[in-house]
Design a protein around this ligand. Sequence first.
Ligand code: ATP
Ligand code: MG
Ligand code: MG
Length: 292
Amino acid sequence: IVQWTPFFQTYKKQRYPWVQLAGHQGNFKAGPDQGTILKKLCAKEEKCFKILMRDVLRPYVPEYKGIITSDDKECSYIQLQDLLGDFISPCVMDCKIGVRTYLEEELAKAKEKPKLRKDMYEKMCQIDQHAPSEEEHKLKGVTKPRYMVWRETISSTATLGFRIEGIRNVDGTSSKDFKTTKTKEQIIAAFEKFTEGFPHAIPKYIQRLKAIKATLETSNFFETHEVIGSSLLFVHDRYNANVWLIDFAKTVVLPENIKITHSSKWKVGNHEDGYLVGVNNLIKIFMTMLEH
Ligand code: ATP
Ligand code: MG
Ligand code: MG
């Protein structure tokens, strides 16, 4: 009996260990072409990549190569440039940008039937016994919107406008253990470990971040979108260092007649995402590291 394998399942072996620092394991696989990866299709994200391929931001995002559907039509993927492709044993860091990581509509939905959640209360207590109010302690429950807003304050998200999602170090070990990495000092310690032995990476990261910032300021895509849950992916090896914008699954077009600065304070309903707060703080922090 001859077993037929759909051709695109015979992936070429990657020349280097690919690493995924966030998201569900099942959302990614190696692409059919060398130097590409497949990410599970999300209509919102695909739309963003299409626009980005014609935006000034194009050099700062992975190249989008279209949709691929499995032969059984069960599953569709977007094919993206593998950003690790040109590196040798790369160190990788995912920083999620913005002062919040949920959409306005997700918060609004959570507010519709705000019942008390015991599970969220318990998660809150595990991290900080003093986080719940007296009332919440009495009720042994918190509402989901309350939990969502609080959760952004345990990391650096609410204060610095970014948080570390994951790091893959030079020794091959990786960590996603940054949920409560909050202060500038804690961030610097993590960045120092990440760049240890690669001092050339820091000025390259600064230069690239500055170019990203300048390009964001002229981008039509950035002007018209609320960028939530998106990351900057930092990659370096012995020779090179670079940064790209990734993950647009939660990036949405701003409602008509709403303009945002991406740096003003977020208040419920004003759609500010704090993206530039994060970029500016990243630049500042890497520059501080240069002085040491
Ligand atoms: P989440 O929403 O939980 O952040 P996700 O499923 O939307 O996850 P992404 O954030 O897009 O997935 O990517 C997850 C990880 O996969 C990244 O942290 C990075 O390590 C890796 N990754 C994503 N896109 C690329 C790419 N184009 N090249 C190389 N690595 C990538
Ligand atoms: Mg992500
Ligand atoms: Mg995502």
